[in-house]
Design a protein around this ligand. Structure first.
Ligand SMILES: *Cc1c(COP(=O)(O)O)cnc(C)c1O
Length: 459
C-alpha cells in the first residue's frame, strides 16, 4: 500500500495516539473531509467493503436540506424535502411517522404487548396465511437479518442450498448462507434475467437440496421472479426442499400467497413497500420450516438471530403475554402497526393492482423517452421499481445530481457488472397510492427535463 506522505503522517499520528488520550482536533479548514475520503480510499483495498460497486446515491456536493423550497415539495405535514424515490427506504405516510413519537413504555407492559401481538397477527394477513403452524417474526434489524435467520436456523452446516442468482441481492444471500456453513450452488442468470424453470428442474433433479432461495424482486436489476409456478415445480420435483423467498423488495407491492403457493419462508424488511422506517426484519416461516428448525441435529450458530430464542417470544406476544429475550423497539413496532393497519384497510389485490398501474405508467414513459430497462422482458419486470439504463453519453452521477436539484432522489446502480450504466427508480407505497402526492408524475417530468439538461436527445 502506497500512501501519500501527508496522509501516512496523519494516519500514523492517529494510530500512535491511544484512544483514551484527548486528541487535538485539527482546525476545521474545510479540507478535512477530502482528506478523510482520501484515507478511506487508501484503506479500501486493505479492508474491502462488500459493496465496492455501490454508486453514491446522492452526490455529496448536494445538501438536500438547503434546496430551494420550490424543489423540496410539501407533500404532507412533513417538512418540505426531496421526494425519496429509491427502492427503499421509501416515502413514509404522516400517520406512520407520527406513531413513532409515542411516549416511552415498557416492552413488557400490557399496552405494548397488545400492540406487538396485533402486529404479528396482521402480518399473517399481509402474507396471506391462515395456517396456525406458520410463524411470523419481527426482530430489530434490517432486511439482511432475514438472510441470517434462514442461514443460521433452517440450514445445518454442510447441507446443500440452491440459490437462484438474479444479481446483487441473491449474491448476498448466497454469501450469508456460506458464512453459516451451507454448501451453496448458485444457478446464475445473465444480468437482467432470472434462471428459467427447465434449468431449475434440472438442478433440482441432480442433487437433493435442503432449501432453494429465490429473490422475488432483485433490487439490483428490477427483475421479478415468478413464485407460483416455481413453487409448484419444487413441490413436484423435490418435495422436501424448503422454498425460501427474499421478499425484501416485494412484500406489500407484489402478490405473495404464502399458503396457496406453498412457500416455507418469506423474509422482508420494514422500509420498502411496507412503508415503515428501517429497523425491522419481518419474516414468515411455514410449519415445515419450523419443523426443520425443531429437528436440527446441531444448535443454531447464532444467538440474537436464533429462531429458537425468538419463537417462544413471538408466540407469547401474539397471545398478548409479556415475554423477554432482547428488547424490541416499541416506537418502530408502533409505526409498523400503523403501516399494517393502513395496508389491510383495503383489499390487498387493490394494492398490488395500484403498484402495477403505476409501474406500467413508469415503464411506458421510460420507453417513450427512448430508454431501455435492465429487466428487458416485460414478464420479468418488478412493479415497485424500475432499473433504467442510461443513454449513451449521460453519466449516472450527473443525472442523479440534476434530479436531486429538482427535488427527486433516485438511486444509482449496484449490480457489479453494470453499476455505472444504470439508475433505479423506486415506486412503492404512498408515492403510488396517495393521489395527493403526484410523486410519480413529478419524477417522470423531472427525469425527462434532467435528461435534456444532460444533453440527451431521443434518437
Ligand atoms: C434491500 C434489500 C435487502 C437488504 O435489506 P437491508 O434492509 O438493506 O438489510 C435484501 N434483499 C433485497 C431484495 C433487498 O431489496
Amino acid at each position: 500500500m502506497v500512501l501519500l506522505p501527508e496522509v501516512s503522517r496523519s494516519l500514523f499520528r492517529r494510530l500512535r495516539v491511544p484512544a483514551s488520550m484527548p486528541r487535538q482536533n485539527p482546525p476545521d479548514t474545510g479540507k478535512h473531509p477530502a482528506r478523510l475520503s482520501l484515507i478511506s480510499r487508501h484503506l479500501a483495498p486493505v479492508y474491502p467493503i462488500n459493496t465496492p460497486y455501490t454508486v453514491e446515491r446522492l452526490p455529496d456536493t448536494i445538501e438536500t436540506s438547503l434546496l430551494p423550497k420550490a424543489q423540496s415539495r410539501k407533500m404532507s405535514s412533513q417538512p418540505p424535502h426531496p421526494t425519496l424515490l429509491i427502492p427503499g427506504p421509501i416515502e413514509f405516510d404522516d400517520a406512520v411517522l407520527q406513531s413513532m413519537s409515542h411516549f416511552s413504555e415498557s416492552h413488557v407492559g400490557a399496552g405494548f404487548v397488545a400492540k406487538f401481538g396485533e402486529t404479528l397477527s396482521m402480518l399473517r394477513k399481509l402474507f396471506q396465511t391462515t395456517d396456525p403452524s406458520a410463524q411470523p417474526f419481527v426482530l430489530s434489524g434490517s432486511g439482511t437479518l432475514g438472510w441470517d435467520l434462514v442461514a443460521a436456523n433452517l440450514i445445518e452446516p454442510g447441507e446443500d442450498v440452491l440459490v437462484l442468482g438474479t444479481g446483487y441481492f441473491s449474491d448476498g444471500f448466497a454469501d450469508c448462507l456460506r458464512v453459516y456453513g451451507a454448501n451453496v450452488t448458485e444457478l446464475k442468470a445473465p444480468v437482467g434475467t432470472k434462471p428459467q424453470l427447465p434449468e431449475i428442474e434440472k438442478a433440482l433433479s441432480e442433487k437433493k437440496y435442503k432449501a432453494i432461495t429465490v429473490t422475488h424482486v432483485d433490487t439490483s436489476t428490477g427483475v421479478l421472479s415468478e413464485l407460483k409456478q416455481l413453487s409448484a415445480l419444487v413441490h413436484r420435483v423435490s418435495p422436501e426442499t424448503l422454498i425460501i423467498v427474499d421478499g425484501v423488495c416485494s412484500v406489500a407491492c407484489e402478490e405473495i400467497d404464502f399458503d396457496g403457493w406453498g412457500l416455507d419462508g418469506v423474509v422482508t424488511a420494514s422500509q420498502k413497500a411496507i412503508g415503515c422506517p428501517a429497523g425491522l426484519s419481518i419474516s414468515m416461516f411455514s410449519g415445515r420450516a419450523m419443523k426443520a428448525l425443531e429437528n436440527r441435529k446441531t444448535p443454531p450458530a447464532a444467538y440474537f438471530a436464533s429462531m429458537k430464542n425468538w419463537t417462544p417470544i413471538m408466540k407469547n406476544y401474539e397471545a398478548k403475554k409479556p415475554s423477554y429475550f432482547a428488547t424490541p423497539s416499541p416506537q418502530l413496532i408502533h409505526a409498523l402497526h400503523t403501516a399494517l393497519k393502513q395496508i389491510l384497510a383495503s383489499p390487498l389485490s387493490d394494492r398490488f393492482a395500484a403498484h402495477k398501474t403505476a409501474s406500467d405508467k413508469v415503464k411506458k414513459a421510460i420507453t417513450d423517452l427512448g430508454l431501455k430497462q435492465v429487466a428487458a422482458n416485460p414478464d420479468e419486470q418488478a412493479h415497485g421499481m424500475t432499473a433504467i439504463y442510461l443513454p449513451e453519453g449521460v453519466k449516472g452521477a450527473d443525472l442523479l445530481a440534476i434530479l436531486a436539484k429538482k427535488g427527486v432522489v433516485f438511486a444509482g446502480g449496484i449490480h457489479k457488472e453494470i453499476a455505472t450504466k444504470y439508475i433505479r427508480f423506486g415506486h412503492m407505497g404512498v408515492s403510488v397510492l396517495d393521489p395527493k402526492r403526484n410523486d410519480i408524475d413529478h419524477a417522470l417530468k423531472a427525469l425527462e427535463e434532467s435528461l435534456v439538461e444532460c444533453g440527451y436527445k431521443k434518437a
